[in-house]
Design a binder for this molecule. Structure first.
Ligand SMILES: O=C(O)CCC(=O)C(=O)O
Ligand SMILES: [Fe+2]
Length: 338
């Protein structure tokens, strides 16, 4: 009975989300956050199917400013080969993820990894002081480096302002995009029982309506060191048994008869992938060693989960890119004057 009531409620929640998102977009300046009930209704409406957020986005967000479409020159990218952009879009459309043929260069990877070895980070789920990652003897299963801290690394600024990734997101989502989130974290072999908290059980990301993530590995990733795992095609369709919000274990995916569609993405440090994480995905819990990953997300709106506007000291490359695509990098606008 309550299941039936929940099903019926998803439609009014969908219509209400359409209105909530329109109201958010009409706000000037952009609202600092979305109220909790509206976030709940959005997540609930997304039980209907994995395409619904994109559907709402296209109806609620009509970006008329031509400037919103501006992307910096993709030929300045050291991370994405411009010749691979359309292949990447087609790959994400087809399976929900795409692994780039071009691997990020060793000097960039080393610079970012060495930065992460020194940067203060937070042990997820533990009440420990923020401090340098204890790489030789980690206690927690996951250590997160805050966005503001990660932006202290020039190569991270280069990554988050990459025009190739921004253009792929724009082409895939068919709307103007902004870079709405940066995540930078270590996963370790410790506390595998905290898999849920550490995004190591299958789930959908439902923080925004319409979005695309990019991940780069900064350590070599084998099947034993925490590869990203994705259920191909689940960005388009998810069987009813797996459709609800929340985490699902491997057995639930097996029971749905879909294990054959599960891909584990291993690869050397520098491996770059684009992933539509509205589809079912997880990080596999590392058993043989740690993994360092950097992730950015592009979204069509900041409607949804709480977002940050971290301050940074922009590199000259970041300043150039902000000048060319202020819409995409709008969360950083406060640090760009002067
Ligand atoms: O660690 C991973 O590979 C998955 C992380 C994840 O779920 C996410 O970034 O949305
Ligand atoms: Fe996720």
């Amino acid at each position: 009975m309550s299941e039936l009531v929940e099903n019926v409620l998803r439609y009014p929640r969908l219509m209400r989300t359409l209105r909530d998102a329109r109201a958010f977009e009409a706000g000037n300046p952009t609202p600092a956050s979305t109220d909790g009930q509206a976030q709940f209704r959005m997540r609930s409406a997304m039980d209907l199917n994995p395409r619904i957020g994109k559907w709402i986005s296209k109806r609620a967000i009509q970006q008329k400013a031509p400037l919103a479409w501006n992307i910096a020159d993709v030929n300045t990218s050291r991370l994405v080969d411009p010749a691979e952009i359309d292949t990447a879009v087609a790959g994400v459309r087809k399976r929900g993820f795409y692994v780039f043929n071009q691997v990020v260069g060793a000097s960039i990877v080393t610079a970012i990894r060495e930065y992460a070895e020194r940067a203060p980070c937070k042990a997820r789920g533990f009440d420990l002081p923020v401090s340098k990652y204890p790489r030789s003897a980690p206690l927690a299963g996951r250590y997160d480096i805050a966005e503001k801290v990660s932006l202290g690394c020039p190569e991270v600024q280069e990554f988050v302002s990459d025009p190739g990734m921004a253009l792929i997101a724009q082409k895939y989502l068919e709307q103007p995009v902004m870079m709405d989130e940066v995540a930078f974290w270590w996963t370790t072999t410790q506390h595998s029982e905290m898999a849920n908290l550490n995004a190591q059980l299958f789930h959908q990301d439902r923080d925004r309506l319409s979005f695309l993530k990019f991940f780069v590995y900064l350590t070599d990733v084998s099947p034993d060191t925490g590869p990203h795992v994705y259920l191909s095609g689940s960005h388009r369709d998810i069987p009813r048994s797996l459709r609800g919000d929340g985490r699902k274990d491997d057995d639930a995916v097996r029971a749905a008869g879909l294990w054959g569609d599960v891909s584990e993405i291993a690869g050397p440090a520098g491996s770059l992938m684009a992933v539509d994480t509205i589809g079912l995905h997880k990080g596999k819990t590392p058993v043989g060693g740690d993994r360092l990953a950097l992730e950015i997300e592009f979204a069509t709106s900041l409607f949804g989960a709480d977002y940050e506007r971290p301050s940074l000291e922009p590199t000259s490359l970041m300043r150039d890119r902000f000048a060319q695509m202020p819409w995409v990098l709008q969360r950083y606008s406060a640090s760009m004057s002067a």
